[in-house]
Write a protein that binds this ligand. Structure first.
Ligand code: FUL
Length: 452
């Protein structure tokens, strides 16, 4: 079929879609919270590993009560380089480690606790070794520091806030740069049966003063929010915006549904991170060696998290020797192989972008991107990315994939955000692709439109 006829057919197709496009001039004015430069960079490093490691690794527990003997922690073969090499080979961008879980055991010899590696037979400083190994392997280094502490004698009193601040200072001053700090929302009583009233403002200002580039995670931010479940699953509509008024860290976040979707008109830019474990539990348990998620399952998780605009924090816990087990590393490599085609060359590279380029000077011009390939190409899907430095704007998009004028797929999606991966139900030999933004908070700006 001639290119002119094709163009005509697609224009007709697009015009019918455009009939659905809300007139831009009728649109409400939305506020547009913007990401900080560090949040923006964080979006680009969208898949990284979580490592739960501590006394629980040896006691077969998930939540230690803080009464464990420090000597139980003895990962005789610990090799942080092995962790990093595996992370790197798996395409992960960094590692976040549980420097202190709820049992209060510190993986560094803190001066502010007597329940640390310093009191164990192991003696080695896990944070120092991991931070150095991350640097060596070009990985980002992040720290999980549980506010809840079931060991510290000061927990439940105002002094504990000072302890926590001192621990933050030790970590940020001695092991930085720290890319992401993780504050867990789980919160209960300390050894004296008391709950803590946290001084979040003090914690946050302490971190900001030493390390302004660190992004801070908690259920409700300030920089990164929880996705509302531990299955690594974002919602198909996922706004990087959240309203936090009326909520307090550790004391009640918005409903899990809201965390999953964000707030359409949210006041703050707080994008979501989806955490999930490669195993049923967060800590290593030998009995779960046969329950490690397969590459295929991990791929599904990736599409439901990164593919829906969230970051993926995948937990891969070191074993009781202090190594990533062969079960986990095999699954990670398999996952990597499954992900690879998505990162291959853009199959739209040689296509002509015929009509509908956004026109910043004419707000009534429809926002549509329209590709014609010289020859049809077999493709499995599309990857769209918004340029988030201008804020997250796209509300609804219609995608049409055709072969010589014949529609093969028409799909309406909602938000795009950091990344939206659309996998076709089956490969399509496509020659034309139309991407029409049906609704947007102002001018939609794509960073990427790719086919794989
Ligand atoms: C939860 C904790 O209670 C789990 O032990 C784990 O650390 C998970 C990532 O967060 O709130």
């Amino acid at each position: 079929m001639k290119k002119t006829i094709l163009t005509f057919l697609l224009i007709v197709q697009i015009q019918s879609i455009l009939a659905q496009v809300k007139s831009i001039s009728n649109q409400p004015i939305y506020r547009n919270p913007l990401p900080s430069p560090y949040q923006l960079k964080w979006h680009d490093n969208n898949y990284y590993l979580f490592m739960h490691f501590g006394p629980n690794t040896f006691t077969d527990k998930e939540w230690g009560d803080g009464k464990e003997k420090t000597t139980v922690f003895n990962p005789t073969l610990m090799d942080c380089n092995q962790w990093c090499k595996i992370a790197k080979a798996a395409g992960a961008k960094g590692i976040i480690i549980t420097a202190k879980h709820h049992d209060g055991f510190c993986l560094w010899p803190s001066k502010y606790s007597t329940h640390t590696v310093g009191q164990s037979d192991f003696k080695r400083d896990v944070l120092a070794e991991l931070s150095a190994a991350c640097k060596k392997n070009g990985l980002l280094f992040g720290v999980y520091l549980s506010p809840w502490d079931r060991n510290h004698p000061d927990y439940g009193t105002p002094q504990y806030n000072t302890v926590f601040v001192n621990m933050l200072k030790e970590i940020f001053q001695n092991y930085g740069p720290i890319w992401e700090l993780w504050w867990d929302g789980a919160n209960g009583e300390g050894p004296n049966g008391k709950k803590q009233i946290y001084d979040w403002q003090l914690f946050e200002s302490t971190v900001r003063a030493i390390s302004p580039q660190t992004v801070i995670f908690s259920d409700i931010g300030p920089d990164i929010r929880w996705i509302g479940n531990e299955n690594g699953k974002a919602s198909t509509t996922n706004w990087n915006l959240l309203d936090t008024i009326g909520f307090k860290r550790g004391l009640g976040a918005p409903l899990n549904d809201t965390l999953q979707q964000g707030n359409f008109k949210g006041a703050h830019y707080i994008p979501a991170e989806a955490d999930v474990s490669i195993r049923p539990s967060w800590f290593y348990h030998e009995r779960e060696n046969n329950q490690v998620k397969s590459g295929e399952e991990l791929m599904k998780i990736y599409l439901n998290s990164v593919g829906r605009g969230a970051n993926l924090l995948l937990n891969v816990p070191p074993d009781d020797k202090g190594l990533i087990s062969a079960y986990d590393s095999a699954a990670l490599m398999n996952f990597y192989i499954k992900r690879k085609p998505l990162e291959g060359p853009n199959l739209l590279k040689n296509a002509s972008l015929s009509i509908g380029e956004p026109d910043r000077n004419n707000i009534n011009k429809p926002y549509s991107w329209y590709y014609i390939l010289k020859q049809s190409v077999l493709m499995n899907g599309l990857i769209l990315e918004e340029d988030l430095k201008y804020g997250q704007k796209i509300i609804a998009v219609n995608i049409t994939v055709s072969t010589s004028g014949e529609t093969k797929l028409q799909q309406k999606i909602t938000t795009v955000g950091s990344k939206r991966i659309i996998v076709f139900p089956e490969p399509i030999n496509a020659s034309e692709i139309a991407i029409v933004v049906l609704e947007s908070k102002g001018l939609p700006i794509f960073k990427t439109i790719r086919a794989f």
